[in-house]
Write a protein that binds this ligand. Structure first.
Ligand SMILES: N[C@@H](CCC(=O)N[C@@H](CS)C(=O)NCC(=O)O)C(=O)O
Length: 203
């Protein structure tokens, strides 16, 4: 088994943090995204979308999409459960995973891709106005999330989950996307500090 990894890019990091939380070690194949190696034949053959991460199993089966890869490891190594437990717990994790992906991760990525000069070759055409519009969407979601976090420790309740991983990585990516953290979101700050202190955050 091997994981084609993209270094600092947020989606590959989602899988690395997930694996670290599970205590699973998978050999990484570093792909230099700065040198556009994700467009190489090695990656394209495995993922025609030319995106990372890509997991290749021992029998040559290829899995892409960060959450699908995480789901695979959850089924193979159920503990600790990172997709929730029980009917309601699993649904709540799914709900917050989707909300954080659509409400935070996506707009932060859009702001980065449509404004940052380093993304000129990646995002064609770059539409700066769309990037700016997404900054405000990310901040609006953070305020809503802050209100939610007033009553609980983690995104989906009292247990750490994949929703926290998605949220933490989106939050961290606000810096390169040049989105300022709103001053009034004390609960988000507390949540982010706690997640960042976990050893897995360094993955
Ligand atoms: N939906 C995919 C998205 C993967 C993705 O967009 N990965 C980025 C790195 S964070 C990438 O490879 N981008 C290459 C490009 O846009 O050319 C997932 O969840 O894994």
């Amino acid at each position: 088994m091997k994981l084609f990894d993209g270094g600092k890019a947020p989606n590959p990091r989602r899988v690395r943090v997930f694996l670290a939380e599970k205590g699973i070690e998978v050999p990484l194949v570093p792909v230099d995204m700065g040198a556009l190696e994700h467009k190489s034949e090695t990656v394209t053959r495995r993922n025609p979308l030319q995106q990372l991460p890509v997991l290749e199993l021992d029998d040559g089966t290829v899995l892409t999409e960060s959450v699908a890869i995480c789901r695979y490891f959850e089924e193979v190594h159920p503990e600790p459960a990172l997709f929730g437990t029980g009917a309601l717990g699993k649904a709540e994790v799914e709900m917050w995973q989707r909300r954080l992906e659509h409400g935070l991760f996506y707009p932060v990525a859009q702001a980065f891709r449509h404004i940052h000069p380093a993304m000129k070759q990646w995002e064609v055409p770059q539409v700066a106005e769309w990037g700016e519009a997404n900054k405000a969407k990310a901040v609006a979601f953070l305020r809503l999330f802050d209100h939610e976090l007033a009553g609980r420790e983690f995104a989906a309740g009292d247990r750490y989950s994949i929703a926290d991983i998605t949220g933490m990585i989106a939050f961290d990516f606000m810096k390169p996307a040049r989105i300022a953290m709103p001053e009034d979101c004390a609960n988000v700050r507390r949540w982010h500090a706690a997640l960042s202190a976990r050893p897995s955050a360094a993955a």
